[in-house]
Design a protein around this ligand. Structure first.
Ligand SMILES: [Fe+2]
Length: 301
């Protein structure tokens, strides 16, 4: 069996507004427009992933939070309705998804080797969280690839950001080892926004872009600083800065997906490609791709 590999790592934020604005047929509610800079960024990302012939998508989402240990879904299929608890009026999504169970089990096994508490989620009636569903939809709206979904252990909140990052780093290292043994071409999705303060009142027209802007200018400045580091291949420096960035902007990356992904990618020194940046109800969001082969084989400006 050929050695498996991570063909891309994607920062894949999950505001449900993006699925609403896409008028996705799986969603019960259809918007007419909005948040194009992010949606077009996702479209560009999809083009890149198609060329990479990915076989499995793995997602780590802050909205499947587990208190004890790191859980991995290990059922063949799930079918159901995901509803955003904050925005049920724009996100009621009917999903049907197949899982790469062998890889999920291998990740749990390797995570245990790293000393992490793990569990396999085997409830056939489990309801997928809206964060995972949104990121998976925006990257692959036809849902024709099997997936692996990992929970976000609560350690960044229950203990500290630093403790959480230690856990997610181990999970990333374990994920990489498991993928290498799987023989599969895998894409990692870190389902996180960047800065994360948001407005608490919606405009009368949800997709009214005249009401959309960053919550606070300093958050925008921080987001730009972080994106510049990603583009420059300064992942190690970014990881060191992350606790301070989280403190300054309430960044959703606190939940661990970005740390998990960067660790799995081996803390990349090649530059990432920023496909798009935009705000959603004031939060900062970016679609960013790390494509190791492209960087090493050709330009990735
Ligand atoms: Fe979120």
């Amino acid at each position: 069996m050929a050695r498996g590999k991570i063909v891309a790592g994607i920062l894949a934020p999950h505001p449900p507004h993006l699925v609403y604005a896409e008028a996705a047929p799986q969603n019960e509610v259809h918007g007419s427009c909005g948040w194009e800079s992010l949606r077009w960024g996702y479209a560009a990302c999809r083009e890149r992933l198609r060329a990479l012939q990915a076989e499995v998508l793995l997602v780590h989402s802050p909205h499947w939070q587990t208190i004890v240990g790191h859980h991995v879904i290990a059922v063949d299929t799930l079918k159901g309705l995901a509803v955003d608890p904050i925005f049920p009026h724009i996100f009621r999504y009917h999903y049907e998804v197949n899982f790469e169970v062998a890889l999920a089990k291998k990740i749990a096994e390797e995570a245990r080797v790293e000393g992490l508490t793990t569990a396999l989620m085997t409830n056939p009636d489990f309801c997928l969280d809206y964060g995972s569903v949104t990121s998976l939809h925006m990257v692959n709206p036809q849902w024709d690839l099997p997936v692996v979904v990992l929970s976000a252990n609560n350690s960044p909140y229950y203990f500290s950001t630093t403790k959480g990052m230690e856990e997610m780093t181990k999970l990333g290292v374990a994920t990489r080892r498991a993928i290498e043994q799987s023989g599969k071409r895998c894409v990692l999705l870190a389902s996180n926004s960047l800065s994360h303060r948001h407005f608490t009142e919606e405009p009368a027209v949800i997709e009214d872009m005249s009401a959309e802007r960053i919550y606070q200018h300093s958050h925008y400045q921080w987001d730009m600083k972080v994106l510049a580091m990603m583009r420059a291949g300064r992942a190690q420096e970014l990881l060191e800065l992350l606790p301070h960035y989280i403190e300054e902007t309430a960044a959703e990356v606190k939940a661990g997906a970005l740390t998990w992904m960067l660790a799995a990618l081996g803390v990349p020194t090649y530059g990432a490609e920023v496909h798009g940046y935009g705000t959603v109800i004031g939060t900062g969001n970016a679609v960013v791709g790390w494509y190791e082969d492209v960087e090493q084989g050709a330009s990735n400006v």
